[in-house]
Design a binder for this molecule. Sequence first.
Ligand code: ATP
Ligand code: MG
Length: 861
Amino acid sequence: MKAILGHKNMDFDCFASMIAAKKLYPEYDIIFPDNIESMVKEYIEKEDIPFEYLFASDLNENITEVILVDNNNLERSGLDTEKLNKSKIIKIYDHHEEKNDIKIDKKNYIYKPYGANITLLLEEIFKRNIKIDEKERKIYLLGLFEDTGFLTYVSLTKNDVEMFKILFENLAEKDLTFINNYLLTDFNKEQLSVMDDLAENAEIFKKNNIKIGFCYAERENYIDNLAIVVQRLMIILSLDIIFVVVRLDKNIYFWTRSNIKNIKVISIAKELDGGGHPNAAYSLIKDKTFVEVKQKVYNLIDKYFLNKKTAGEVMSSEIVTADVNNSVSTVKEKMIAHNHSRLPVLKENSIYGVISKKEIDRLLNHGFGDVSIKNYVDFSIPSVNPEKDINSVKEMMISNQYPIILVVKKEELQGIITIEDLLKEEYPELAQEKIVKNFSSKLKYHFPEKINKIIKDIGKIADKNNYKAYIVGGVARDLILDRENYDLDIVIEGNGIKVARQVEEKYDIYVVIHKKFKTAVLDFDEFKIDIATARSETYKKPGALPDVMSSSLKYDLYRRDFTINAMAISISGEDFGDLYDYFDAYKDLQNKIIKIMHNISFIEDPTRILRGIRFATRFDFKFDKQTKNLLKNALDINMLEEISGRRIKDELVLMLKEDYPEKAFAMMDELNVLDDIIPGIEFDSEKEKLFREIRHVIHWYHHLYLDEVIERNYLYFFALMHKLNLEEIEKYSVKFELTKQFKIFAQQVKTFIRKKYKLVGGDEYKKSDVYNAFRDLKMETILYLAAFYHYEEEFQKYVSLYIIDIYPKNSIINGKQLKEMRIKNGLKIKKILEDIKMKHINDKINNYKEAVKYIKEHYLD
Ligand code: ATP
Ligand code: MG
């Protein structure tokens, strides 16, 4: 008989090696020793073993040929010596120290000093392209883990790790918890489960071939010695650098390790008040929330690794400067010559401040050309060290709206950074001005005649002033998409207010100016036009370079919410109709992608979360991957709580104006946004249906053209909150600044539904019964009920009867007319009027004449 043998006290590594050997040598039989490690024994008893096997004691044949694994000494194989008398060792696969006294051909003694024996056999299996299945994969992993102490023993080699990766990568569901059942020696259950979570939550970045992992997990109780998990995770995920954030009860633990010598992660731990070794550091954080720390670590990774450029690398170093003793006109000349709108000012070769063209022009206007600029220097422009990371510089510029930043080292000016420099940095491929398309012919027919003419006129006015004018944002987007949108937003490079005034002169319109924001609204009755000023004092002068001109437009667009809303179409000059697309928005439009402009966008303005959802559902677009991550991130750190109820309501109202608001609400629900806004509500298919019914009812109502104007939003808001009790509904109506009328409406709906009275007496009903059931209710209440009870045909019948027939009936006689008939008693008047009203509703009395006749017969003697 030919046999595969291992060693006494068979462990998982031996067991796995025997299974693997069977793959290589199918004609050999597996003979397990009788003496087996208890966990392996349990495994064999419980699990399905891929091949037939025998135990040594059940063997009644002699062995002729042997494949020996995880062992190089036949005497240790656990078989009786008499059965081995005539055996010949054909092959040895062993990772124990090589022995020289074995009678075997060198080439058949496969020895490698690997951490686990199974690695040796697996190398052979993979070399021969033999396929393995999930069952085997698990056995091999058990072997590998056991003999390398979960990949931590010093004996571990690169080959073991490689093998582990191959097995792990192919493991269905990448779930290692099965290990837990058989190998408890090293990791305890809790550590293992945290490791699983960490591996699952790992975000892996690659930068210059360095693999960086960011993992996090949470547990309600303290778990000892998680540091060893960190080490192992690094191997499992084959990372060069790892960051781990774990919350245990109220504390947050942070570990980081780097396998790359010159990347010293301790600096990151220090930013979290921790310490350690240069390449392995730790911090315990007590007073912060998990999300805060997560976000902070994320930012640090971003800052240190993903964009490691420094201010010094990004700045423009060929700078034109002014001297503090220069005269105003000298500086003016310099500015014109170099086409700069701001110059750094030096004093004795050290940086002093910045002088702006605006200031210079003002001084010149006052005839101060010969005066020194000294007293007009702006000191508010901040300076940074050349080593400052560019992300912080960016944050600084965006949040404070600094047009430039000085880069200074030891008081000496090294360079300046403009928004332009940042944009080039972020979108290098867009450094060149990029005009994708010309839309002049589309501009001609997209808008109604009148708007068309106004657009042309605004362009001409801009030209006359040497400015540039663009339509930007939503209208530009919708023009490309061929969607009707006449909400013109125009940006002027130049003085927007001046343009607005000149439009006002030409047309007889009402203009509202906001000096502070340099914006204006032109009110043309049927539509409005917003005019804004791009933030730049650079006016177009003959010979001005186009990139200087457009940088202010670029900056204006850069501050917008999504790429698809950050395009501009020129409506002036020779480039009339040209699309200015600096952020590849045209491509995003075609690929149906919603993408934010920069990483802190949602933090800067969380309403963009809701806007994004609105656009995504309106156009049926998808969030770009990074945008979606950042959106979720912003939600994780509760950014929505930062905005007022009023602004949330405004956004919700905008959503309700969409053609299919239920789509946006369903997406809000899916992203857990809804729960952040009104905890406890959800948007399920039932709500979706209710929304649709409401839409139908409102649509129906509008087509009746009744005088009564309704607040359609009430219906939707109430539908959202339908399941809440009145007290909670009141709470949210305060939060969202809904009116008192909304509260009354909500009360009416709640009361009606609670009582859900049988309205009228079946087939026998009179119209006046219907009237009485509805007469005290607001129109919104009735419409809501119609939508809510959409499945009750009879109820629908009553509602339409009431709204179409009964409600429009005006009274045919009034109190004054009764008094003229000498009826003086107030109570009596009231009673008669009510009686007439009912008869009128029931079509028994149809006009004044009939009413008088009836009164005479019944009330006058
Ligand atoms: P709609 O079609 O719903 O009117 P819109 O894109 O025109 O969508 P508006 O609210 O009219 O959006 O705003 C006009 C433009 O202003 C947008 O296209 C966008 O460029 C910019 N914008 C509006 N809100 C924000 C915001 N919260 N953050 C950044 N930019 C914004
Ligand atoms: Mg708009």
